[in-house]
Design a protein around this ligand. Structure first.
Ligand code: SF4
Length: 324
C-alpha cells in the first residue's frame, strides 16, 4: 500500500473542502476502498474520514425516510421502519456480503463500491476502467460475473450492489453536498453513468461532492420481494437479482417497479417492463413478455449467455411471488 495522509473531518463543509484536493478520497467503512488500496488499484494521496459528520441517522422526512450516508448496512437492515415499510431493502441488504462486512459498510459506500471484475483488481491486466485507453481484458476472457445490459465495447463490468437494486425499485434519491453550492438530489438513473467510451467515470459526482443521505419515498407497493441468485448461499455477488415493489387492486397489478442486479453496470430498471405490468392481470404469458422486453437489448458474452434464461426465470418467480 502506498503512503497517504489521513484527515478526520468534523463537519460536512470541511469534508467537502478536504476531498476537493487532487487524489483525495472520502472513507467511511473502507470495506472496498482499503482492499483496492492494498492492491494499488486505487492510490489516494489523502483519505478524508467522514465518520464523525452526524450522517449516521435514519429520520422520517417528507413522508419517507432519510438514511444518512454513514448508516451501516447492518443498522439499516435492522431498522424497524425499514423492515416494516421497505422490506425489499432490508432483504437486499441481508443478502449482501457477510455480517462482519455489513457492520462496517455504509449506505454511501455501498452505492459507490467498485465493480468486482477480476481484471479490474489485477494490475497486470488491461482495464479501461482502471487505466483509460488500456483495453478490456474481460472481453474474450472470463466473464461469468459480468454484465449483459448497458455495456459497451470498452467495458462490460457489473455494479455489484444488492442494496442499490432495492433502492432503485423504491425510487430512492441520492442526496449530495457539493464542495461549492447548494445540495443536490439525484434519481438513481441520473446518478450512475453507463460505461460508453469512458468506463472510468461511474457517477456524476465531481471532486469534493459528498453523498450525505439517501431519501426513500413512502413505498407505493405493499408487496415487496427481493430474490438473489448466486453461486454460494452467502457471501457471493449476484449472478442475477430482482427487486419488485408491487401494488395489487382487484386481481390486477396497479403499480409495478422492478429493478435488477447482476445484469448491468448500474442497478437496472426498464420503464417498459414497469409500464407493461401496470394495469395487467398477472399471468405466465405476461411475465414472459416482461422478460422479453427486459432482455431485448442484451449483449451477452460467451460466459454470460446463461444469464438470459436465468434472468427470465428469476423475474417470473419474483412476479409470481409478488402477485399471488
Ligand atoms: Fe476493466 Fe471493465 Fe474490462 Fe473489467 S470489464 S477489465 S472493469 S474495462
Amino acid at each position: 500500500m502506498r503512503p497517504f495522509d489521513y484527515t478526520r473531518a468534523e463537519n460536512v463543509s470541511d469534508a467537502c473542502a478536504a476531498a476537493f484536493a487532487p487524489e483525495a478520497q472520502f472513507i467511511a467503512g473502507g470495506t472496498n476502498l482499503v482492499d483496492l488500496m492494498k492492491l494499488e488499484v486505487m492510490a489516494p494521496g489523502e483519505l478524508v474520514d467522514i465518520n464523525r459528520l452526524g450522517l449516521d441517522r435514519i429520520e422520517e422526512s417528507d413522508g419517507g425516510l432519510r438514511v444518512g450516508a454513514t448508516v451501516t448496512n447492518s443498522d439499516l437492515a435492522a431498522d424497524a421502519r425499514i423492515r416494516q415499510d421497505y422490506p425489499v431493502l432490508s432483504r437486499a441488504l441481508l443478502a449482501g456480503a457477510s455480517g462482519q462486512l455489513r457492520n462496517k459498510a455504509t449506505t454511501g459506500g455501498n452505492l459507490l463500491q467498485r465493480t468486482r471484475c477480476p481484471y479490474f483488481y489485477d494490475t497486470d491486466s488491461a482495464c479501461n476502467k482502471r487505466s483509460p485507453g488500456a483495453g478490456c481484458a474481460a472481453i474474450g476472457g472470463e466473464t461469468r460475473n459480468h454484465a449483459i445490459l448497458g455495456t459497451s465495447e470498452h467495458c462490460i463490468a457489473l455494479h455489484p450492489s444488492d442494496m442499490a437494486v432495492a433502492m432503485r425499485a423504491l425510487d430512492a434519491r441520492i442526496e449530495v453536498q457539493p464542495q461549492d453550492g447548494p445540495a443536490k438530489a439525484y434519481e438513481m438513473d441520473r446518478f450512475y453513468c453507463l460505461p460508453g467510451d469512458t468506463p472510468h467515470i461511474e457517477t456524476v459526482l465531481e471532486p469534493g461532492d459528498l453523498i450525505t443521505s439517501v431519501w426513500l419515498p413512502a413505498p407505493k407497493g405493499t408487496r415487496q420481494v427481493y430474490r438473489k441468485v448466486r453461486d454460494r448461499a452467502s457471501y457471493a455477488f449476484a449472478l442475477v437479482s430482482v427487486a419488485a415493489v408491487i401494488e395489487m387492486e382487484e386481481g390486477r397489478i396497479s403499480h409495478a417497479s422492478v429493478a435488477f442486479g447482476g445484469l448491468a453496470p448500474m442497478p437496472w430498471r426498464d420503464v417498459e417492463v414497469d409500464a407493461l405490468l401496470a394495469g395487467a392481470e398477472p399471468s405466465a404469458d405476461l411475465f414472459d413478455e416482461a422478460a422479453d422486453i427486459l432482455l431485448q437489448g442484451a449483449q451477452p458474452q460467451e460466459g454470460t449467455e446463461f444469464k438470459l434464461p436465468l434472468a427470465r426465470r428469476a423475474l417470473r418467480a419474483v412476479l409470481e411471488e409478488a402477485t399471488l
